[in-house]
Design a protein around this ligand. Structure first.
Ligand SMILES: C[S@@+](CC[C@H](N)C(=O)[O-])C[C@H]1O[C@@H](n2cnc3c(N)ncnc32)[C@H](O)[C@@H]1O
Length: 288
């Protein structure tokens, strides 16, 4: 009977030497490849690097350092392991229901609301928001910036193509989020994939942007950054939340993932809860 090792079984304890090599590896990745993972959660990095090393059949962090510096394909594999972009459309449907019921009616009072989906992955979240805007009659006047550090994920997102196997889950989520039509109205199936209507992305700008190293670029009315902060350490979470407060207009909105929050970030005073159970916040007036 053949057995496949699970992720947990691939993770092993790192000795003191490996810990030092790990810090040097993150410095190399920053200096040579321009990606800064030094503010990510140590536990996340160790887990994903262990997994990448196992896949690449590399036995030590020193060896990984040597290979990453000499072989771009090794960097590419490690990078894909460090930028997990697994998601679903309308993931956590109550979040999207609350956007529909509570946030978008207020955004509708702006002549041209700007929305930033930061860390958009392969596009599930941004297409979900575009569908909401369409159903609220707001897509035409809105502008959505969808950014990520992973160019492969961004490319998938900009094509709007998702596996057919994911559609049943997406459809259930869409209904639970209060969808007004049927999800099938927004895609057609071709060659085993669901191709989403290109009209949905007529107001979306896809761009590479790192929350670790890049600056803010426009005033926003709403930032949706879900399931990204979870990978950062507390200091970087705080810096990122402050950056969102800086980019948001007076009383702008921030939406986070179900397992994320602003309480421990040192930036909590800049926001107040707007819809607490689904992690939607609003910028506090005194910090305008
Ligand atoms: C789990 S996905 C979340 C996708 C989407 N927000 C959602 O919830 O459906 C996490 C995404 O964060 C991106 N990411 C990780 N670090 C980032 C950074 N420093 N700046 C921007 N995006 C980042 C990854 O590339 C990945 O696509």
């Amino acid at each position: 009977m053949s057995m496949t090792l699970g992720e947990d079984q691939l993770i092993r304890a790192w000795d003191a030497h490996e810990e030092a090599a790990f810090t040097a590896l993150l410095d190399d990745i920053y200096n040579l490849h321009d990606h800064d993972f030094r503010g990510y959660s140590g536990a996340f990095l160790r887990r994903r690097l262990s997994l990448a090393m196992s896949r690449l059949e590399i036995g030590s962090v020193d060896q990984l350092r040597a290979r990453i510096n000499s072989d771009p394909r090794v960097f590419s594999t490690v990078f894909q392991h460090l930028t997990v972009s697994v998601s679903e459309m309308f993931r956590d449907p109550q979040y999207f229901r609350s956007l529909r019921d509570d946030v978008l009616p207020i955004l509708k009072t702006y002549s041209s609301p700007r929305i930033w989906v930061a860390g958009c992955g392969a596009g599930e979240e941004v297409y979900s928001i575009a569908i909401l805007l369409q159903e609220m009659g707001m897509l035409e006047c809105s502008l959505i910036y969808a950014t990520d550090i992973n160019p492969l994920a961004l490319r998938t997102a900009s094509l709007g193509i998702f596996p057919v196997a994911n559609l049943p889950a997406y459809t259930l989520n869409y209904r639970a989020a209060g969808g007004e039509a049927t999800l099938a109205d927004y895609y057609h199936v071709a060659y085993g994939t669901a191709v989403f209507d290109r009209q949905l992305r007529r107001r979306i700008v896809f761009a590479e942007h790192s929350l670790a190293t890049d600056a803010i670029f426009s005033e926003m009315q709403f930032v949706s950054c879900r399931n990204v902060l979870i990978y950062f350490n507390r200091e970087m979470q705080g810096r990122t939340i402050n950056m969102f407060a800086d980019t948001l207009c007076h009383r702008g909105f921030l939406g986070l993932g179900a397992r994320e929050g602003i309480a421990v970030t040192g930036a909590a005073a800049r926001f107040e809860s707007f819809v607490k159970p689904v992690k939607i916040y609003r910028k506090t007036p005194e910090f305008y």
